[in-house]
Design a protein around this ligand. Structure first.
Ligand SMILES: C[S@@+](CC[C@H](N)C(=O)[O-])C[C@H]1O[C@@H](n2cnc3c(N)ncnc32)[C@H](O)[C@@H]1O
Length: 457
């Protein structure tokens, strides 16, 4: 056969229906979470799902979401509209898709019929919102094609290069100095699939063997030897190991937390921010289902996932409370717990590599609000724990405000009641002596903060 082998670099050919599907998927992703779900629904409606065009269109869809803040900056420059959220959602989605295609994806695609694409998208916008909108879009398109972002500082260069909000680039550059760029680079790397073996149901060797039979090159973590990593994709819905509860999806840095707190069989343990339950499950394992874990969370959807996880994995010593963690001492009593985990809600910026569109949901204004909630949760933990008992405070944020600063505030306010228990590895010291941090660029896992505290006797 003399047919040409299709090179990976060959531009994707886009018909008008493909472009409309992208616009509709990007629009729906504002409403439906996770964004993968929005894309699936729209691609199904357009007959794209599972077909030849699915992978390249999926790649473009995620490029749009991954660059959202930058695309919006371009839209502001081109349209003069200061807040793009005020634009009609269909128009906003169309402009985002075209900004990605015309400015950032040049050479990677070609329109099968450019005039037809323009005409159809214009007509779609006029129909969905207002006749003028389609006409306006038509005009803006020419400007968009000519537009080139012009960064005016090194931080803006980094923002464009690594697709991160400017405030975040500034904040992390202040914290990490010359190392910040390595960190930004690591946030953009595709992570390996990371699972943890549930030792109540299987041994590490058994799971490794099964995954290797499935063709996976498995690497066993040195930090948490029940954590296994391998190249994706992996279909968890079809996985026997997963359905039988022999593996749990979890990153190494997250799996380490229960090993630091070390709950033992028979103890009274409280998990103040438990859902969807990865760490509660591991604590149940370490306790061999003996003793009790009181697990608090306010998110019913995440708690539903947690119940499924506990059922699948055979962890049975958990009492779930759909309650604000700050009420826990009123519910359970004071000085009752041997150990308390506070895996607090946070900006989650340390997990950006796993959630491509999360970066554009990071709001600078949210940071102090999280820090206040985290502090209040720690105060509740301190009331719950017995004298001599332990509290582990963790977040998946790289920001000092949500880690060291919260701990420092607690020590400042109630230093006579609590002391920091120094952590000495396996990761690096945090920005405060005795605390610890995992870093994507240094340790190949998500960004994570740990502080172990003891209530003084
Ligand atoms: C980082 S996640 C916890 C992850 C969990 N520990 C795990 O390993 O799967 C933080 C959780 O805190 C919950 N949360 C937020 N505010 C809360 C509050 N006031 N009280 C209890 N839980 C809260 C969120 O719903 C979210 O599930």
């Amino acid at each position: 056969m003399s047919g040409r082998v299709r090179s990976r670099k060959e531009p994707v050919s886009l018909g008008w229906r493909d472009v409309l599907a992208l616009v509709e998927a990007v629009r729906r992703a504002e409403e439906v979470k996770p964004s993968q779900q929005a894309k699936r629904e729209v691609f199904k409606d357009f007959g794209i799902l599972g077909g030849r065009k699915d992978p390249p269109l999926t790649a473009i869809f995620y490029r749009v979401l991954g660059r959202l803040g930058i695309l919006d900056m371009v839209l502001r420059e081109v349209t003069g509209v200061k807040n793009v959220l005020l634009l009609d959602p269909h128009l906003r989605a169309a402009l985002r898709v075209f900004a990605e295609l015309l400015i950032f994806s040049r050479g990677r695609f070609r329109f099968e019929n450019p005039i037809e694409v323009r005409r159809r998208v214009s007509a779609y916008l006029s129909k969905r919102s207002h006749p003028y909108v389609g006409m306006w879009f038509w005009d803006v398109l020419d400007e968009l094609r000519e537009h080139r972002p012009r960064p005016s500082s090194r931080e803006e260069v980094l923002m464009l290069k690594y697709r991160l909000p400017l405030w975040y680039v500034r904040r992390m550059t202040e914290l990490l100095g010359g190392e910040a760029e390595d960190y930004f680079k690591a946030l953009n790397r595709k992570p390996l699939i990371s699972v943890r073996v549930n030792t109540l149901k299987a041994s590490v060797d058994e799971v490794v063997e099964e995954l290797r039979r499935e063709g996976k090159e498995v690497v066993v973590s040195k930090v948490v030897p029940t954590v296994l990593r391998f190249e994706g994709p992996y279909n968890f819905d079809a996985s026997r190991l997963f359905k039988d509860g022999k593996i749990v999806i979890q990153e190494e840095a997250a799996a380490l937390a229960p090993h630091i707190l070390k709950p033992r069989p028979g103890e009274f343990v409280v998990d103040l921010a438990a859902a969807p339950g990865g760490k509660t499950e591991l604590m149940g394992e370490l306790m061999d289902n003996k003793g009790v874990i009181h697990a608090f969370d306010i998110d019913r959807r995440r708690l539903k996932r947690m119940r499924e996880l506990l059922r699948r994995t055979g962890v049975r010593n958990v009492v779930i409370h759909v309650e604000d963690a700050r009420n826990a001492p009123n519910i359970l009593g004071k000085g009752v717990a041997d150990k308390v985990l506070v895996d607090a809600p946070c900006t989650s910026d340390g997990t950006i590599m796993k959630n491509p569109d999360l970066r554009w949901r990071l709001m600078e204004g949210e940071v102090p609000k999280f820090a206040q909630l985290q502090y209040e949760m720690l105060r509740a933990a301190l009331k719950l724990v017995k004298p001599g008992g332990l509290i582990l405070y963790t977040t998946c944020s790289a920001l000092k405000e949500e880690g060291e600063d919260v701990v420092a505030r607690l020590l400042r306010k109630v230093g006579s009641k609590v002391e920091l228990v120094e952590l000495k590895g396996p990761y690096d010291e945090g920005f405060m002596k005795g605390t610890m941090r995992a870093w994507p660029h240094r340790h190949g896992t998500i960004g994570f903060f740990y502080a172990l505290l003891r209530r003084v006797r």
